[in-house]
Design a protein around this ligand. Structure first.
Ligand code: SF4
Length: 728
């Protein structure tokens, strides 16, 4: 076998291996053998079991770095953390959180930070040995792989499949970490004495191109030594096993002739299975050639009012589920939100909310002011990340209640998703103790989905406030699904509520926009649900509200064009048997509209248009384009996870459902349209055409589309190449 090697001094050695395979026994014996040779040795156990140094100290090291980190207020006295064991070996144990809570990997990261602060400079020791659990090679357990920590990596394995599997995983971690750097010394084969075990380890060693440095035979003297809390090197200095350890360090750890080191060449799991278990993998395709996995869509368990999210179905283009949930819940202005997360996440979300409040132009009088809801966060710090943050969360809940809050939502970021904090249990316990609604929203940051999954989770959580009322207020409605981050939310609400008030219809709850606990609680008193848009979330949540409150769902989304608005008013007037009022309202606005559209049509009539959307429903654009007398020569949706493809009316022209930017450029060349309306930026040089953007959140009402039409007319009135007239 030919190996590429790297020369260089060795002083810091990371020993990786599966838990229970004997890596602590082996690393402790290596440390003991080095100390016997007169070297100064620092031995660091990086396993939450914190028993790596037991045989060096003669007892368990009870002062782990993570315990110190958990309990110390002023972290300056580190003296208990380093204990001196066999032959002067300095012993440190990283330790870890309780099983089932916190994050052990994060604990290792913190340990190394503290070691830095302790100035346990490894250069003060001839050798530093890290004994690292290798079952999981997450960011934390990979710290000893980092440059500056280990210059030699040894892998301990037996011939058992799971041990070889873990060894291969460690190689994968090293490969992902620094694939091109040669730092692996080889394999320490710790035999369990199984049949064909030698052959299994040999095959693995050849397959991953690593040498077997030593075979440690199965021997009773390891157990005997451990019973006396000693290493074999200390307890049986003349044994064959001790000779093996002495040989290992003299042959391979010599500072004069350092051991050759190699790159990691991990096997694919199926290759490993074939090699060790003899599985037939003839039909197997390497993952890099497989088609992408189709994740299951987000599902909602509507029975108990909680949302069950799955792996994100869509890229988190507009933010994480944490941000989405907070964005909608912040609209219940007298409720309090506790964001269970580090300060950075809370900061990002509060900026998003304040800037959207400032963008909402009809709210601009409040420019620069904080939104009025109560928003606090637990400020998860390093300790909470390692040990879990439930205690910190409880303290924050109490603080929130003490400051007068009577309805609390707890929204979890990514970090509690990793530490496994049980916010549902915590909310239930604190709710009982404090006698107020405390509602958990376990979105776990991006872990449970994208911004829209968070919006849905926020909606579900707020529905837990709804009370069942006996009667209905016939002229009272709920608006559902207003786009709270848009710049025209308030303007659109003002426009439509003006029409509704003319029709003697009262908006009793905006679900969820600028609303209150009381309005949400009394939703079941309202007779009708008015969905703001026809997108999936709005329709789905309207249905859920209807099931919960018994309120009817109105069959139209908010209207954007004149004709849509006429139909919306007529159907509402029919529903409430106020046709006269409806007709009068339409007639008043029609006069103004006709005047305006006549002026616009001077510029738009007869013009030829291509329409292309990367997501939003374009039915209103088709109607608006026709209302101002233009001809549609192509309309299509680009394929995207955000495309709304299911809203087309049957009477629409055939819309291309898998339109592509390339096809759009081809159509522009072929048909030379007067105008392209799209949601994406066009390459002006490539397109050489006038184009205008389709707004994601259009204005509503009789004159809603008119503002877009005026804009299109102004683009048409300029020359093609005059860039400033286009939306470039
Ligand atoms: S994705 Fe996670 S880390 Fe980023 S802001 Fe959201 S909760 Fe915080």
């Amino acid at each position: 076998m030919k190996y590429n090697n790297t020369d260089g001094p060795i002083s810091r050695i990371a020993v990786y291996g599966k838990g229970g395979i004997g890596k602590s026994t082996i690393s402790a014996n290596i440390s003991a053998a080095l100390a016997d040779e007169g070297y100064s040795v620092l031995h660091i156990g990086c396993d939450p079991k914190h028993d790596s140094t037991r045989t060096l100290l003669g007892e368990l090291h009870t002062h782990t770095v993570t315990d110190f980190f958990r309990t110390s207020k002023i972290q300056t006295d580190y003296s208990d953390l380093i204990r001196i064991g066999y032959n002067g070996i300095a012993c440190i144990e990283a330790g870890g959180p309780e099983p089932g809570v916190g994050c052990a990997g994060r604990g290792i990261l913190s340990t190394f930070e503290i070691l830095k602060r302790m100035e346990t400079d490894s250069s003060r020791y001839t050798y530093t040995i890290y004994d690292v659990l290798g079952d999981v090679v997450c960011g934390g357990f990979a710290v000893p792989l980092r440059h500056g920590y280990a210059d030699l990596i040894l892998i301990v394995t037996s011939g058992e499949y799971m041990s070889l599997y873990a060894a291969n995983n460690i190689l994968r971690g090293i490969h992902n970490f620094d694939g091109n750097i040669k730092r692996i010394g080889g394999i320490i084969y710790n035999s369990r004495g199984g049949a064909e075990e030698d052959e299994q380890v040999r095959k693995f060693s050849v397959a991953v191109s690593l040498p077997i440095l030593v075979k440690i035979p199965r021997s009773e003297i390891f157990l005997t030594a451990e019973r006396h809390s000693k290493t074999v090197v200390a307890a049986f200095p003349n044994s064959q096993e001790t000779v093996l350890f002495r040989k290992l360090i003299s042959e391979f750890f010599s500072t004069k002739n350092p051991i050759p080191r190699y790159r990691a060449h991990p096997l694919e799991v199926m290759e490993l299975e074939s090699l060790i278990l003899g599985r037939d993998i003839s039909g197997y395709t390497s993952p890099s050639h497989q088609v992408p996995v189709n994740f299951r869509p987000i599902t909602n368990d509507t029975d108990n009012g909680t949302v069950h999210c799955t792996i994100p179905q869509k890229p988190s283009l507009f933010g994480c589920a944490f941000a989405g949930a907070i964005a909608v819940l912040s609209q219940i202005q007298d409720a309090s939100i506790i964001a269970h997360c580090p300060s950075s996440c809370a900061h990002i979300v509060s900026n998003l909310l304040v800037s959207s409040q400032n963008r909402d132009r009809d709210k601009s009088a409040d420019y620069g002011k904080q939104t009025s809801f109560s928003f606090i966060h637990t400020g998860m710090d390093e300790k909470m990340m390692v040990f879990g943050g439930i205690e910190g969360l409880k303290k924050t809940i109490i603080k929130s209640v003490e400051s007068g809050n009577r309805v609390i939502f707890i929204v979890s970021g990514c970090t509690p998703g990793i530490t496994g904090d049980d916010i549902v249990g915590c909310a239930s316990e604190m709710s009982q103790n404090l006698g107020i609604p405390i509602i958990p929203v376990s979105v776990n940051g991006i872990g449970e989905g994208d911004f829209s999954a968070g919006i849905m989770a926020g909606y579900h959580a707020s529905l837990q406030l709804v009370k069942q009322e006996a009667g209905k207020n016939e002229r009272s409605v709920i608006l559902v699904g207003e786009k709270i981050l848009a710049n025209n939310t308030t303007a659109n609400f003002n426009e439509l509520s003006q029409y509704l008030s003319t029709l003697d219809i009262q908006v009793s709850c905006r679900f969820l926009a600028y609303t209150s606990v009381n309005e949400v609680q009394s939703m079941s008193e309202q007779s009708l649900i008015l969905p703001v848009s026809s997108d999936k979330i709005t329709l789905e949540i309207s249905k859920i509200i209807s099931e919960k409150t018994g309120s009817e769902i109105f069959n139209h989304a908010f209207p954007y064009t004149f004709n849509e608005t006429v139909r919306w008013i007529q159907d509402l007037a029919d529903r409430f048997r106020i046709q006269d009022k409806g007709s009068a309202l339409i007639a008043r606005n029609e006069k103004i509209y006709r005047k305006e559209i006549a002026l616009i049509m001077l510029m738009t009539a007869g013009k030829r248009v291509i329409i292309a959307s990367s997501g939003p429903d374009i039915s209103w654009v088709l109607e608006a384009v026709r209302e101002c007398g233009m001809e549609i020569i192509r309309a299509g949706y680009f394929s995207s996870p955000y495309t709304t493809k299911n809203n087309q009316k049957e009477s629409e022209p055939s819309i291309v459902m898998d339109y592509t930017p390339d096809a759009l450029y081809d159509d522009i060349k072929t048909y030379r349209p007067d105008l392209v309306l799209t949601t994406i930026w066009l390459d002006y040089k490539k397109a050489d055409v006038r184009y205008g953007m389709i707004p994601f959140c259009p204005n509503v009402g009789f004159f809603g589309a008119l503002s877009s039409m005026k804009h299109w007319a102004s683009i048409l009135s300029g020359p093609v190449r005059e860039g400033w007239r286009n939306d470039l």
